[in-house]
Design a protein around this ligand. Sequence first.
Ligand code: SAM
Length: 336
Amino acid sequence: MPAEAPGPERRAVFDSCGRLVKSLRVSVTDRCNLRCTYCLPSGSTGFRQREELLGFDEIVRVVRCAAELGIDRVRITGGEPLVRHGVPGLIARLKRETRVAEVALTTNGVLLGRHVDALVEAGLDRLTVSADSLRPERYHSITGLDLMDDVWAGIRRAAKAGLRPLKINVLVLKGVNDDEIDTWAELTRQHDLVVRFLELMPIGEGAAGELAGRYVNLTDVRRRLEAELSIEPVPGPGGNGPARYWRLPDGAGVLGFITPLSEHYCDTCSRFRLTATGELRPCLAHELSVPLTEAIAARDDLQIKAGFLQAAALKPAGHGWNEGQVTKIRMSNIGG
Ligand code: SAM
């Protein structure tokens, strides 16, 4: 069973491997306005009905309970969170009505431009935008839509509004966009951006098939960039996430590497995920979940907290992806 220790203001919970339970990713929808080939390919079906999703009151309740157990960082995600109406209002409520220290958002950026002001007003602390290519046609062929300019307009508006650090996640796929790595690195020479390269994880319907051949080992890429561009390790912009950071010697920005397979970080993983329908998932890789739906419907905070303790007890020591395990559930269903 996880150990609980009283803290000065709130309890701290440790999972069964002794890792502090610290952060929660909250999915607000399993739907997305893009159809990325590796995540939610065109023709995907089986989305949840609107009435199955947790309401914002319910999400605030769960986060309030989580905060009382020591979770102090929340990230709103999906699917694409900004396709759900009212997300800035939810963020404002999480900031106002719970004791979490930080509320972040991960978005594909397509709708970012029109929501930036409301997000800043709501008190959003951190923003991550996913954008896998700097080339419009390629962006179109990866995501199914020709919207790269909208994404960059949103990123520029976010920068202007002072949302810093500005993180851009780039999922690197062999033969698709791995020839853009150096261009992204050069971008951080000029601009105060945090460009983070992600390794493809074997998650979703295509994981065991065509996608398997698209994996790029980013530890090898990082070593090449150390040799060729003299990138140097730096502490990173905070947020205590899974990325490790490097910088070009004269870089205005930094490069992050998220390497769940080649240099996994399971021993420091403090993340839990709340799906859009109220399941608590202690690990992205494993199909384990604790349903909170009944406790939420009953407004039973003790039961909700008991769900977190149960999830902490279930959290595995690590994933089995390097041993050939595949996670069949879609990333958009778990909350990426
Ligand atoms: N729609 C938002 C976005 O685009 O950032 C949030 C959800 S999306 C699922 C979150 C992140 O998961 C994106 O950066 C996406 O590239 C990444 N992702 C999706 N499938 C993945 C996979 N199989 N392996 C690694 N990252 C993946």
